[in-house]
Structures are given as structure tokens and as C-alpha cells.
Ligand binder design. Structure first.
Ligand SMILES: NC(=O)c1ccc[n+]([C@@H]2O[C@H](COP(=O)([O-])OP(=O)(O)OC[C@H]3O[C@@H](n4cnc5c(N)ncnc54)[C@H](O)[C@@H]3O)[C@@H](O)[C@H]2O)c1
Ligand SMILES: O=P(O)(O)OC[C@H](O)CO
Length: 368
């Protein structure tokens, strides 16, 4: 991979011997990713110290631009207040400028913005560049679902690994131990470079040769988290919530294998699988907002609750539930996925929140 190379290229020009990393995104997880990568970039001789972070520009209540504030205080006051990112993190509001020197790109924005970001970067990524996506979500195109790593590869012409796991950003920000999974398609060497760049004593990263399985785990668990939030909002108790998590995990596995038969069973036992289902259903934002939705009897909209409760952070589960529903409807498989299809119908008000347990086909299903 390019980061280890040095000397002159075929035209006799001097080649940079070190890798440059840019983080595309600066929400709560984007900021924690910057912190993890920045601490390792300082320690590892094969990386430039500076880590650029593209920031979707916003203005703070005091009138200051978010980018200027990050560069002055070394903190992201909007999305990760109180946490120093590392002095080698440089916030940049200009997307093209932020990526132009980088040969390692870390994509970490809410999934609904990735199509626009890829369109802006199309034709702008030159040379040997590797990418990794921390984005939990997918796009649904006319031809069917498109994982974010595939979108990046198709639009930008670069290889893309993924990093998913039981990773609530605020906990990793204060260096509480957790694990993550890097999914890769071909090169184990590239996966190992990403593992090296993200690993710290409190963040243990494992590579898995199953990019689709890892990415679908990270994507689909957000729908299960919405279901868990409904259960909490209706005070249905721990047994019901555990049942929803089990059924959800089973539907995650079945849908992943339906879309990509190569997906491995073992992936669901990695951090990206069962561990992420557990943490998201216990402590995630999707769960929290879905709980409030159920408490309102479905009368308040997710958009309204998201704006009120998350202060600019974005939910992924509601749009993913819609995308999953569209995908299943398109291929005539809705009845095989009662949990996923019910979550969407509750989100759009077609069913009441208590419908989350109101049907009988959660038992053994020979088709799953
Ligand atoms: N927060 C977590 O705990 C966590 C953990 C693991 C994975 N993830 C995943 O990481 C991804 C990024 O989430 P996050 O938590 O860093 O973000 P966030 O929800 O904390 O913040 C939202 C981000 O979107 C940006 N934004 C708003 N409008 C935009 C636009 N029009 N174009 C581009 N960007 C815009 C905001 O500036 C902000 O940076 C998501 O897919 C999420 O599921 C999040
Ligand atoms: O807060 P959520 O629901 O977006 O979940 C955060 C992470 O994905 C948990 O791993």
C-alpha cells in the first residue's frame, strides 16, 4: 500500500514516504475517530502527524464558525464538547481542500449525506488512495440497495474497507474500553493498516474478511434499536426487549445473506454484530428517540423529536427502516421480515407502537 513507499516515482519525481489521513465528517463519532487516528498518527512513523478533518460548517451561538472554534480550542463544541481531539487535528470547511493531499480517507458522516459528498468529490481523488467507511447506513437506488462502501468505490474509484462495532461515541471519547471490527474485501495488508491506525489500548480492532457482512450489521442494527426504543417507551420490560434483540439479530443475518450470500455467520459474533445490537439497544440515540416516540403514542414525529433531543446529531434507524422496507417490498420478501417491516410501518404512523409485538410469525421460520 502507498503509505509505506518512498523515493521517486516513474517520472523521477519525489514521492512522499508517509501517509496523510483525512477524516470526512465531524459529528460525534467523526470527532472521536479524529481523536483515535490523531493519537496514532503522532506515534506511527509511517504517517504524517497532521490529520485533517472536514467540517460541515456551522455557526456557534456566539457567532463564531465551528471550524475556527475547533482549530482554536481543539474541541468540537457542537458534537463532542469537553474532549480534546489532539493538537494535530486541523479542521477544514472546504471538502476538496481537506482531501486533496490525503491518501487515506475516513468517511464518517450520517449516511443521508454520503451521496452528495461522493458527487462533490467525483473526479477529485487522484493517485493511490484508500478509504474506510464508518458510516452505518445504505442508499437505495433504482437497481436496489447500495452499501456506502460500494457507493464510495463506484463514485470515487477507490477501494473501501469498513469499521463498525459496539461504539457509542461518548464512551470511547472518554477512553472506556470497547471493540470494533474492520471489514475488508481483498487486501489483508490494507485492513491491517486501518487496524493499526485506529487501535489503542482502549479500542481493540479486529479485521474480518467480510466487508458486506460487517457493513450490514452496522446498518441494520439501527432498525433493531428503534424497535427496542418502542419496547422501552411502552415499558414492556427486559424479556420483551431481549426477544426483540434476538429476533432483530436473526433478521439482520437473514437479510444480509439474502443480499450477499457470501456473508459469514461468524461475522454476527464480532463486535459489529451481537455486541453492537446490545449497546445500541441499551444506550444509543435511535433507542432514545424511539422511546420518546412510543411515549407520545406515535403522535410526535421522529423529525421533531430528533431536532428537539439530539441538538444537530442525526438518527439513522428511521431512514434505514424505510430503505429496508423498500428493498423487501421490491423483492416480495416483506413477510419474511416481520420486525423490520413493522418498525417502518410504526415510524410512518401506519401502525401503533405496540404493534412491535402484535403478530405471531416471530417463531422459528424455516426460510430464515
Ligand atoms: N455517534 C455515535 O455514537 C456513532 C458510533 C458509531 C457509528 N456512528 C455512525 O457514524 C456516522 C456519523 O455519525 P456521527 O455520530 O459522527 O454524526 P452526528 O449525528 O453526531 O452529527 C451529524 C453530523 O452531520 C453533519 N451535517 C449536518 N448537515 C449536513 C449536510 N447537509 N452535509 C454533510 N454533513 C452534514 C453535522 O455537521 C454533523 O457533523 C453515522 O452513520 C452513525 O451511524 C455513530
Ligand atoms: O446512537 P446510535 O443509536 O446512532 O448508535 C451509536 C452506535 O452506532 C453504537 O455502536
Amino acid at each position: 500500500m502507498s503509505h509505506a513507499k518512498s523515493g521517486e516515482d516513474a517520472n523521477g519525481e519525489c514521492r512522499d514516504s508517509k501517509s496523510r489521513v483525512t477524516i470526512v465528517g465531524s459529528g460525534s463519532w467523526g470527532s472521536v475517530a479524529a481523536k483515535l487516528v490523531a493519537s496514532n498518527a503522532l506515534k506511527l512513523p509511517s504517517f504524517h502527524d497532521e490529520v485533517r478533518m472536514w467540517v460541515f460548517e456551522e455557526v456557534l451561538p456566539n457567532g463564531e464558525k465551528l471550524t475556527d472554534a475547533i482549530n482554536k480550542t481543539n474541541e468540537n463544541a457542537n458534537y463532542l464538547p469537553g474532549i480534546k481531539l489532539g493538537r494535530n487535528v486541523v479542521a477544514d470547511p472546504d471538502l476538496e481542500n481537506a482531501v486533496k493531499e490525503a491518501n487515506m480517507l475516513v468517511f464518517v458522516t450520517p449516511h443521508q449525506f454520503m451521496d452528495g459528498i461522493c458527487k462533490k468529490l467525483k473526479g477529485k481523488i487522484k493517485g493511490e488512495v484508500e478509504a474506510i467507511s464508518l458510516v452505518k447506513g445504505m442508499e437505495v437506488k433504482k437497481e436496489g440497495p447500495c452499501m456506502i462502501s460500494s457507493l464510495i468505490t463506484k463514485e470515487l474509484g477507490i477501494n473501501c474497507c469498513v469499521l463498525m462495532g459496539a461504539n457509542i461515541a461518548n464512551e470511547i471519547a472518554v477512553e472506556k474500553f470497547s471493540e470494533a471490527t474492520v471489514g475488508y474485501r481483498e487486501s489483508r495488508e490494507i485492513a491491517d493498516t486501518w487496524v493499526q491506525l485506529f487501535s489503542t489500548p482502549y479500542f481493540m480492532v479486529t479485521p474480518v474478511h467480510d466487508v458486506e457482512g460487517v457493513e450490514l450489521c452496522g446498518t441494520l442494527k439501527n432498525v433493531v434499536a428503534i424497535a427496542a426504543g418502542f419496547v422501552d417507551g411502552l415499558e414492556m420490560g427486559n424479556n420483551t426487549k431481549a426477544a426483540i434483540m434476538r429476533i432483530g439479530l436473526r433478521e439482520m443475518k437473514a437479510l444480509s445473506k439474502l443480499l450477499f450470500p457470501s456473508v459469514k455467520d461468524s461475522t454476527f459474533f464480532e463486535s459489529c454484530g451481537v455486541a453492537d445490537v446490545i449497546t445500541t439497544c441499551l444506550g444509543g440515540r435511535n433507542r432514545r428517540v424511539a422511546e420518546a416516540f412510543a411515549q407520545s403514542g406515535g403522535k410526535r414525529s421522529f423529525d421533531e423529536l430528533e431536532a428537539e433531543m439530539l441538538e444537530g446529531q442525526k438518527l439513522q434507524g428511521v431512514s434505514t427502516a424505510r430503505e429496508v422496507y423498500e428493498t423487501l417490498n421490491h423483492c416480495g420478501k416483506l413477510e419474511m421480515f416481520p420486525l423490520f417491516s413493522t418498525v417502518h410501518q410504526i415510524c410512518i404512523g401506519r401502525l401503533k407502537p405496540d404493534a412491535i409485538v402484535h403478530y405471531r410469525n416471530f417463531g422459528p421460520n424455516p426460510k430464515l
